[in-house]
Ligand binder design. Structure first.
Ligand code: CUA
Length: 225
C-alpha cells in the first residue's frame, strides 16, 4: 500500500504491473535524455554571439529535427502497444469475481461457488483498531494467489472505477455495461485500492481491499462461508 511521502509507483504485486513499471521507467529515460539535449541546445543558443546569414534556408536541419523525433516516438509507441494488448489478454481464468459499484460502497459476487455475495463498506473512523483509516473495509475480497483471476465490473447508479494500483488494475464501472479485466497476484498480502471516478459526495470513501491467500486457505474460506 502507499505510505507517507511515497512519490513513486507502488511495488507491483502482479506481472502486468511489473511490465507497466518497466514501461514507465523506459519512457522516463527517453524523456530525461530529450530534456537534457534540449536544455543543452537552448543554453548554447542563448549564450553565443553568432549571427545567422541563411535564416530561411535550413532544409537539412529541418529534415533532421523532423525525422529524429519521429524515430524516438516509435521507441515509445511499440512497447506501449505491446503493453496495451498484454493487459487485455485473458489466460483461462480460474475464478471470476463480480464487483458492482454503488453510491458509495462496492458489492461482490463469487458466482462460481456457492453464490457468495456481500457488500463492502469502508470502516468507520471509530472502529480503526488494527485497520487503515479511509482504506479498510468491513468485508474484504478474498482471492487465491498465483492464479489467473477475472474481474467483471459494473455499477448500479453512476460511474465508479475499480482501481488497485499495486495490481495494475483500473476499470470503470458503468451502469448498464459489463467491463472485464484480469490479473494474477504473485504473493500473499493485503492490497488496497480506491474508486477513481468522481462519483459523488462520498467518492473518497468507497475503498477496495483484496486479501491474497493460498489456494488451500481460499477453498477453506469458500467452504466455511
Ligand atoms: Cu465510486 Cu468514486
Amino acid at each position: 500500500m502507499a505510505t507517507w511521502s511515497n512519490l513513486n509507483l507502488q511495488n507491483g504485486a502482479s506481472p502486468l504491473m511489473e511490465q507497466m513499471i518497466f514501461f514507465h521507467d523506459h519512457t522516463l529515460m527517453i524523456l530525461i535524455m530529450i530534456t537534457i539535449l534540449v536544455m543543452y541546445l537552448m543554453m548554447n543558443l542563448f549564450f553565443n554571439k553568432f549571427i545567422n546569414r541563411f535564416l530561411l534556408e535550413g532544409q537539412m536541419i529541418e529534415l533532421i529535427w523532423t525525422i529524429l523525433p519521429a524515430i524516438t516516438l516509435i521507441f515509445i509507441a511499440l512497447p506501449s502497444l505491446r503493453l496495451l494488448y498484454l493487459l487485455d489478454e485473458l489466460n483461462n481464468p480460474l475464478i471470476t469475481l463480480k464487483s458492482i459499484g454503488h453510491q458509495w460502497y462496492w458489492s461482490y459476487e463469487y458466482s462460481d461457488f456457492n453464490n457468495i455475495e456481500f457488500d463492502s463498506y469502508m470502516i468507520n473512523n471509530n472502529d480503526l483498531l488494527n485497520k487503515f483509516r479511509l482504506l479498510d473495509v468491513d468485508n474484504r475480497i478474498i482471492l487465491p494467489m498465483n492464479n489467473q483471476i477475472r474481474i467483471l465490473v459494473t455499477a448500479t447508479d453512476v460511474i465508479h472505477s475499480w482501481t488497485i494500483p499495486s495490481l495494475g488494475v483500473k476499470v470503470d464501472a458503468n451502469p448498464g455495461r459489463l467491463n472485464q479485466t484480469n490479473f494474477f497476484i504473485n504473493r500473499p498480502g493485503i492490497f488496497f485500492g480506491q474508486c477513481s471516478e468522481i462519483c459523488g459526495a462520498n467518492h473518497s470513501f468507497m475503498p477496495i481491499v483484496i486479501e491474497s491467500i493460498s489456494m488451500k486457505n481460499f477453498i477453506n474460506w469458500i467452504n466455511n462461508y
